[in-house]
Design a protein around this ligand. Structure first.
Ligand code: RAM
Length: 361
């Protein structure tokens, strides 16, 4: 594993130092400003055993289904790489199964089939915060442990824990700050291009963006549209935004699919330099747009950590842990659950011209 220490100075968190890993699915260590739910080291080291894989406290031989919002999506493939690493460590069989369209209805079929196929656990990023709940509850009543990662369900009784990358408030506020910096002091109209209208993660971030916008009186939010994490639809929505709002100065897209689609379109259009784009993206997909100046700054986290912790949370629960009191122990760290069963992995990472080439995911 090759590690590179990178500094990202940001206004909201004084300094975040992230160790970026080049190996697929590698877990990276992370020192972050103290925050609720952030990892603590300690007893964890004893229980995550070394050597022959597996951990002292976790059953081996488990069968775990990882259900992303959609398959063939680089963000979720990166998350699954982390899941696979955890599964190797605990000697579990781990499969990524899921739909090509990010909808709750399509995911429900995969939840039901995971139940029929005898998986011990489902680790899921909910494409729709409500519609997958009945199937997840049915899975739980058949004895299957459910953990959400990346995007939660609205009914917390439908899962044992939720692995979230960073606090929704922080990630909402960062995105407003990035678009403000990209547009400059003159400000102007901005719009949001999101994923699905009922995606809990994007909706939480948008809520906090809206709460923060009064701190930027020079910015005016004129529209919020949904590209459903579909590249074609996201591109169409971005184009429609610019046509409907000729004075638009910026797009915030809090989804790796939407930001890449918007940046790609703007890069080769007359909007380049006129409409700024920021949000949440994968460095591997955004590199060329940052290096040619279409995108100045955006952010994310290491998706592999979500998969890695999701597997450990599920395996520890199955092995008898009370996650609410013990937390989730993975990679030599123990992560506490908050009152809603949510584990916060760490701070976001900001990407710009100075550092983007050094990230591999
Ligand atoms: C997309 C998905 C995912 C989200 C990222 C930022 O890949 O919507 O749920 O967390 O963007």
């Amino acid at each position: 594993m090759r590690s590179i220490l990178l500094k990202a100075s940001v206004a909201l968190a004084a300094m975040a130092i992230v160790t970026a890993c080049s190996s697929s699915g590698g877990s990276s260590s992370n020192t972050s400003p103290a925050a609720a739910g952030s990892p603590t080291s300690g007893a964890a080291a004893a229980s995550t055993g070394g050597g022959g894989g597996g951990t002292g406290n976790v059953k081996t031989g488990l069968k775990i289904a990882v259900i992303p919002k959609q398959v063939n999506q680089p963000y979720f493939d990166a998350a699954f790489a982390g899941a696979k690493k955890a599964c190797q460590e605990i000697q579990a069989k781990c499969d990524q199964i899921g739909p090509t369209q990010a909808t709750g209805a399509a995911q429900t079929q995969f939840i039901n089939s995971a139940v029929q196929q005898g998986y011990n656990a489902i680790v899921i990023s909910a494409a729709d915060a409500d519609s997958v709940v009945p199937a997840l509850k049915k899975a739980q009543s058949s004895g299957i442990t459910v953990v959400t990662y990346d995007a939660d369900v609205n009914d917390m009784s439908a899962r044992s824990a939720m692995i979230t990358p960073t606090t929704p408030q922080q990630i909402g506020q960062y995105q407003v700050k990035w678009i403000s910096e990209a547009i400059g002091s003159g400000g102007g109209e901005i719009a949001i291009l999101s994923a699905a209208a009922n995606a809990a993660n994007q909706n939480a971030w948008i809520k906090y963006m809206k709460q923060d916008l009064p701190n930027y009186p020079q910015l005016k939010l004129v529209d919020t549209v949904y590209g459903n994490d579909d590249t074609t639809l996201s591109t169409q929505k971005a184009v429609a935004l610019m046509q409907a709002h000729p004075n638009l100065k910026g797009i915030i897209s809090p989804t790796t699919v939407g930001i890449a689609a918007s940046a790609k379109y703007i890069d080769s259009s007359s909007y380049k330099g006129k409409v700024q784009v920021t949000g949440l993206g994968l460095p591997s997909q955004m590199k060329s747009f940052v290096n040619d100046g279409t995108v100045k700054e955006f952010g994310l986290w290491d998706p592999s950590k979500l998969g890695y912790l999701g597997i450990y949370a599920a395996a520890e629960k199955i092995s008898g842990a009370n996650l609410a009191s013990s937390g989730v122990t993975a990679g030599g760290q123990t992560y506490k659950l908050d009152g809603q069963g949510v584990v916060i992995v760490g701070p976001p990472q900001v990407f710009n011209k100075d550092n983007i080439d050094q990230f591999q995911f």
